[in-house]
Design a protein around this ligand. Structure first.
Ligand code: CLF
Ligand code: SF4
Length: 290
């Protein structure tokens, strides 16, 4: 039985467990992505696929030794998370890894993050693997706004650009959230806040995802890069205001640390990534779905 939202509020650093110093490890097993966010620096992901850097993305079977090592150094780790560096459902590596973790470390909370494009069609696998907490990055629920944040999707072998792609993405995200949440998996939503694009849209996102069954909402400030390099990131005041508005519809998480896809430790308090991953993946500027 998956952990409930109430359980996670004590044991998961991104669902309220930060107050109990709960730690997490990210396993960077998912290199590929199937959508084109305008703020994601794809050159870094492309670089990761070149010889010499691919070895820095780990294989599912390597996760077990890495977890043993990490738990020895940081016994506070309660959560095994996969948050990239690409999308966890674009390849099979994340679900394979979670299957291994379920066998070897049944006590660890299994946490997965996705852009949600394949969430609906892969929901049964996610439920079967026993994911406890799932994060879906939903940056808009209006295709006109989403298209300003996302360039294209790659879906069933075809590329869909702009509004057409945005419609498919949002539809799959919301159907997926409904399916996963009704099966008892706790769902968190991340939204990248880009004030000039989705700043006024936050309440509608929060309301829509709450109605779909999500439990908690996390607003992540834009790191201006790639096609959105000229956008102004939100001020602290704008982030606070967005959180207050979202809070009318859903619980809001306020302690996000903007983690890398290979972070290890207690978010904001300890970081052991360089000890665990000898050659850390080159993902400094790569958005993590955390
Ligand atoms: Fe990792 Fe994300 Fe799971 Fe947490 S991070 S996959 S839900 S275990 Fe957490 Fe880091 Fe913020 Fe993410 S502080 S970026 S919200
Ligand atoms: Fe893919 Fe995530 Fe980058 Fe978006 S931010 S393109 S979902 S890796």
């Amino acid at each position: 039985m998956a952990n409930t939202y109430k359980d996670l509020q004590n044991s998961h650093p991104c669902f309220g467990g930060h107050k109990n110093n709960a730690g997490r490890i990210h396993l960077p097993v998912s290199p590929g992505c199937n959508i084109g966010c305008r703020f994601c620096d794809r050159t870094i992901n492309d670089v990761e696929e070149r010889p010499g850097v691919t070895r820095q993305v780990i294989k599912p079977e390597e996760s077990i030794d890495i977890l043993k090592k990490a738990l020895a150094i940081c016994p506070d780790i309660k959560v095994a998370g996969i948050a990239g560096p690409g999308d966890t459902l674009a390849t099979d590596y994340a679900l394979e890894t979670f299957r291994l973790i379920g066998k070897e470390f049944p006590e660890l909370i299994k946490c997965m993050s996705t852009n949600g494009l394949l969430l609906y069609e892969r929901a049964d696998e996610i439920i079967d693997v026993g994911i406890d907490s799932l994060t879906v990055t939903v940056n808009a629920v209006d295709p006109l706004i989403e298209a300003k944040l996302n360039k294209y999707i790659l879906w069933h072998g075809k590329r869909y650009d702009g509004i057409e792609g945005a419609e498919i993405l949002i539809d799959n995200q919301l159907k997926g959230i409904r399916k996963i949440a009704s099966a008892g998996t706790t769902v968190k939503i991340n939204t990248v806040l880009v004030p000039e694009i989705n700043g006024n849209h936050i309440p509608e996102i929060a309301k829509t995802v709450s109605e779909a069954g999500a439990s908690i909402y996390n607003i992540i400030p834009l790191i201006p890069q790639y096609e959105l390099a000229d956008q102004t990131p939100p001020t602290c005041k704008q982030i606070d205001e967005a959180r207050i508005k979202a809070g009318e519809y859903i619980d809001v998480f306020r302690h996000c640390q903007h983690c890398r896809a290979d972070a290890v430790g207690i978010p904001g308090k300890s970081e052991y990534g360089s000890q665990i991953y000898m050659n850390r993946i080159n993902a400094k500027e790569t958005f993590s779905h955390g």
